[in-house]
Design a protein around this ligand. Sequence first.
Ligand code: ITT
Length: 200
Amino acid sequence: MIKLAAATGNKGKLSEIREILRDEPVEVVPISELFDSVPEIEENGSTFLENALIKARYVFDHCGLWTLADDSGLEVDYLGGAPGVKSARYAGESCNTEANNKKLLSALSGVPLERRQACFKCVIVVVTGKDRYISSEGVCRGRIGLSPQGSAGFGYDPLFIPDGFNSTFAQLDTTVKNSISHRGKALADLKEKMHAVIKQ
Ligand code: ITT
């Protein structure tokens, strides 16, 4: 069993990561077990990969365990790819999910469903040494609904309708979300890469 620190303060992400890695030979160690209080890590990168590496390296430097970080976000075509890397802080630095979702709906006010295409992107890294890491990426395309629907998941889930479905992520069963989501795809690819490194 490999101890794998999870450099995230987002409980929704953590539970999806745990669920998807359930059958892997890893023990996911939450950040709350490694620090007295969850650290504020400044995410000043301009890409998902840069931000994921900032978070993972911060925690790796603190604990020396293999460290996984997820940087993800929602890119809306009509908004030129916004909120993108700023998804968590779309409505302001100390904003909450409700404020973010409200801002997104008002930015798309009057835009019909067929012009509300968007995708979720997720980059996952596992830092395995001072200058070593594995990374993978997943994308899930869909569209932004006209109003929030459903209560499962987190973040923009009540607004995101994945392609091929008429329900939002927040209305789908978690196992269904994980089987098609950006995070599910990134972690599926990451598992393969981790197996290769573990075998070496
Ligand atoms: P950590 O940095 O501590 O991991 P965070 O929430 O700040 O947590 P990010 O900087 O990667 O994480 O921001 C990602 C944001 O994108 C997240 O807060 C959500 O608003 C949104 N997001 C990402 N994946 C999502 C998903 O599966 N469902 C809904 N919203 C998601």
